[in-house]
Design a protein around this ligand. Structure first.
Ligand code: UFG
Length: 327
């Protein structure tokens, strides 16, 4: 298929673009490079720099695309609480422009990066797709708004769309991994402490109603996530908006993640307790049963130590490269 990948220079988008290109699809990436890396886009992939709303209408009009994978977004829970404008503008306004460019060019197949943050504080775990959606932060609210827009575009304009609700994505694939200028995610930060690039890891909140008092998340390997996108693309049906949760089905507390990182790296990794971070739910664990039964998704790297090992492989090489570049 000929596919447009927005945000294809970012972490998840670049891994998905790589996996889809390796499967023989013809990929065009749009990315404004505010958080993405140009080097994460392979030489065999067409790259266009710019905002989705500025670039997508002409790109879609200029060739016959079979579908769009929409990753481009602002995606930090904490930042969305302190600067919500970026989330309503960057996620809702930009995504609507994309949907309308798709409509104008009769490009109706869509895979959208939705998020576990649409559910908010769950009433029950594991979280199923029929669970109530009550986001606890503007990030989740902005993604939910687009999910609603997509549902109505499927019903009214015959879009064939799938929203994939990611839980906590981690790990790396080949030479592509988490490499942000400003990093806020737990696993890459813990590994930066292991490398000596930071003094310690702050544990945000130790008074959650969990076994050890720290927040629990479901970590999914980025390659398993990419495989789900390829399946979702094949599965899309005109007039339908399917929603799938994607996680590994097991929860790990912040303390357990730090312990696993110590085991994998064999290094000390100092940690310090700190107050809760605004907008964080206590526990997020996915039920991925629907993706497994309907898409035939078979996550292969569900073990947290395998996810951390792959992330460590990537981060330690990145650390070496950054170090030699400084010398
Ligand atoms: N955390 C710390 N210290 C840190 C960084 C994070 O204790 O230095 C904690 C957070 O408070 C949270 C957990 O580690 O409890 C995971 O935090 P991340 O920032 O790694 O990830 P989030 O759970 O905030 O969010 C991620 C994605 C979202 C997605 C969500 C779904 O960034 O896009 O997972 O579970 F919606």
């Amino acid at each position: 298929m000929r596919l447009l990948v927005t945000g294809g220079a970012g972490y998840v988008g670049s891994v998905c673009a790589r996996v889809l290109a390796d499967r023989g699809h013809q990929i065009t990436v749009i990315d404004n490079l505010t958080t993405g890396n140009r080097e994460a886009v392979g030489a065999d992939i067409e790259f266009i720099e710019g905002d989705v709303s500025a670039v997508a209408p002409a790109v879609l009009a200029g060739a016959d695309f079979d579908g769009v994978l929409h990753f481009a977004a602002k995606s930090l829970v904490g930042e969305s609480v302190t600067d919500p404008h970026q989330y309503w503008q960057g996620n809702v306004v930009e995504s609507l422009a994309l949907l309308d460019a798709m409509r104008a060019t009769d490009t109706r197949r869509l895979v959208f990066s939705s998020t576990a943050a649409t559910y908010g504080e769950p009433e029950q775990v594991p979280i199923v797709e029929s669970a109530p959606t009550a986001p606890t932060n503007p990030y989740g609210a902005s993604k939910l708004a687009i999910d609603h827009a997509i549902t109505s575009y499927c019903a009214a304009y015959d879009f064939a769309a799938t929203s994939l609700r990611y839980f906590n994505v981690a790990g790396a694939y080949g030479s592509v991994g988490e490499n942000r200028v400003v990093e806020t995610h737990l696993i890459p930060l813990v590994l930066q402490v292991a490398l000596g690039h930071r003094d310690d890891i702050k544990i945000f909140g130790t008074d959650y109603p969990t076994a050890d008092g720290t927040a629990v998340r479901d970590y999914i390997h980025v390659h398993d996530l990419a495989e789900a996108h390829a399946l979702a693309l094949e599965h899309s049906t005109p007039g339908r908006h399917d929603i799938y949760n994607l996680g590994s089905g097991a929860g790990f507390s912040v303390r357990e993640v730090i312990t696993t990182c110590r085991e994998v790296t064999g290094l000390q990794i100092p940690a310090e307790e700190a107050p809760r971070r605004a907008g964080d739910p206590a526990v997020l664990i996915a039920s991925s049963e629907r993706a497994i039964s309907e898409l035939g998704w078979r996550p292969a790297k569900t073990d947290l130590s395998v996810i951390v090992s792959d992330a460590w492989d990537f981060t330690s090489k990145l650390g070496d490269r950054a170090h030699s570049a400084q010398r």
